[in-house]
Design a protein around this ligand. Structure first.
Ligand code: GLN
Length: 192
């Protein structure tokens, strides 16, 4: 069983916590730098990335998050979390940490598609998008793990995995399982 932190300043942290617990992991809500100590992995959830940036500074989390990502432990960032982590953010532009070599355009799917469900081009993986960013550039070191209509939507660079969608809001556990493995095996989804 691993102990996984979920940054819990704002936004969709609760569903990630539920998903990790169903996989048998222990979870910690991260609101202070101290809470990052001793964790085996970390989730940066969706929400509103501008608000996240402000709260990260208000709670003095910036340098501890930097060191956590640099430590090589697995990190999963979804939607706003991925916007924070990108190398470059546009539409509107804002500062970001550059933990993964991608450029994203925020809120890129237009008004009528503010929120929508779909399935990855590769098949099977269900997708929920909520005012999602679009990945518009992918660096050489970045692996594209899934696409939608040819756009990268699930990407990985070393220990850092990012999704423009919300895997925590579907009943498919593969993204969390792939990043963090399985915990002690409680309540695993029965084979279909
Ligand atoms: N639109 C939000 C932003 O730009 C992200 C939305 C989400 O995380 N679901 O920060």
């Amino acid at each position: 069983m691993a102990c996984i932190g979920v940054m819990s300043l704002q936004g969709g942290f609760a569903a990630h916590i539920a998903r990790l617990q169903e996989l048998g992991h222990r979870t910690v809500q991260v609101r202070t730098a101290e809470a990052l100590n001793g964790l085996d992995g970390l989730i940066l959830p969706g929400g509103e990335s501008t608000t996240h940036l402000k709260l990260i500074d208000r709670y003095h989390l910036r340098s501890s998050l930097e060191s956590f990502v640099a430590s090589g432990r697995p990190v999963l960032a979804t939607c706003a979390g991925l916007i924070l982590a990108a190398r470059q953010v546009t539409a509107p532009s804002q500062p970001s940490f550059g933990w993964i070599d991608i450029a994203v355009a925020r809120n890129a799917y237009g008004r009528q598609l503010d929120s929508f469900e779909s399935v990855a081009d590769e098949g099977e993986l269900p997708l929920v998008f909520i005012r999602a960013p679009r990945i518009v550039e992918v660096g050489k070191q970045v692996e594209v793990l899934a696409t939608l209509n040819g756009d990268p939507i699930l990407v990985r660079q070393d220990n850092f995995t990012g999704a423009t969608f919300h895997p925590e809001l579907t009943d498919d556990w593969r993204v969390h399982r792939q990043v963090f493995g399985e915990g002690c095996g409680v309540e695993l989804k029965p084979a279909a």
